[in-house]
Design a protein around this ligand. Structure first.
Ligand code: KIV
Length: 266
């Protein structure tokens, strides 16, 4: 398999090929995604909710992103690894943003980074692009803005807000973003945005017209922390069920003296 780069992802849009994307936070899951041929993995700050049990992504630190990103980069050699810049790592200053991008690349093995927000991230995106690090934008329901939004709500339903998001997408493209995540926006708006820019849109709860789709892997595998999955999630497996059955069988075997058996002994 060939190593996928940011230009390859742009080319997929140009060639009309859909871009399947998933999140990963660990080496074994990254290895599986790679072996299945996924072209791009996002090491999302969703790790804070999916793996650490936080109610939002806000507590996630640079150290945690570096830890998870480096694990994923060791496991997945072929997909493009895009690592989230966590809350506080780029909002404080352009200098902080540049320093933290350098850490994600050097220590976290990131091959691209993602920042949340519309036009206010333009200078940050330009600064990161000037470091020759591909940068992905993220607009719509940006989870780091959850307190300002007042909850996980669909964005861009009102006409004037839809126009703002459309302009944001164009500004991010002009600033040098190589792709944009569109999260929880009406399918019709996602279609307009996708048709208005030449870089790929990667949708999550944004309908079928996006150039690619992303899901939080834990959600699509049915490995959850009890928080109800959003309506846009399609479950492809029930890992909660699979793990529960395996653990119950293990408990029973130990209690019954069936494990360890002779073949497990030295
Ligand atoms: O944090 C995350 O996992 C994300 C993707 C779902 C786009 O931002």
């Amino acid at each position: 398999m060939k190593k996928i780069t940011a230009p390859d992802i742009i080319k997929m849009k140009q060639e009309g090929r859909k871009i399947p994307v998933l999140t990963a936070y660990s080496c074994p899951v990254a290895k599986i995604l790679d072996a299945c041929g996924i072209p791009m993995i996002i090491v999302g700050d969703s790790v804070g909710m999916a793996e650490a049990g936080h109610p939002t992504t806000l507590p996630v630190t640079m150290e945690e992103m570096i830890y998870h990103s480096s694990a994923v980069a060791r496991g997945a050699l072929n997909p493009l690894i895009v690592t989230d810049m966590p809350f506080g790592s780029y909002q404080t200053s352009i200098t902080d943003a540049r320093r933290n991008v350098a850490r994600l690349v050097k220590e976290g093995g990131a091959q691209a980074v993602k920042v949340e927000g519309g036009r206010r991230t333009v200078e940050t995106i330009k600064a990161i692009s000037n470091m020759d690090v591909p940068v992905m934008g993220h607009i719509g329901l940006t989870p780091q803005s959850i307190h300002a939004f007042g909850g996980y709500k669909v964005q861009g339903k009102a006409k004037d807000h839809a126009e703002i998001l459309l302009d944001d997408a164009k500004e991010l493209e002009n600033a040098g973003a190589f792709a944009i995540v569109l999260e929880c926006v009406p399918a019709e708006l996602a279609k307009r945005i996708t048709e208005s820019i030449s870089i790929p849109t990667i949708g999550i709860g944004a309908g079928p017209a996006c150039d690619g789709q992303v899901l939080v892997t834990n959600d699509m595998l049915g490995l959850d922390t009890g928080i109800r999955a959003p309506r846009f999630v399609q479950r492809y497996a029930d890992l909660n069920g699979v793990i529960s059955s395996a653990v119950a069988a293990y408990i029973k075997d130990v209690e019954d003296g069936e494990y360890p058996a002779k073949k497990h002994c030295y």
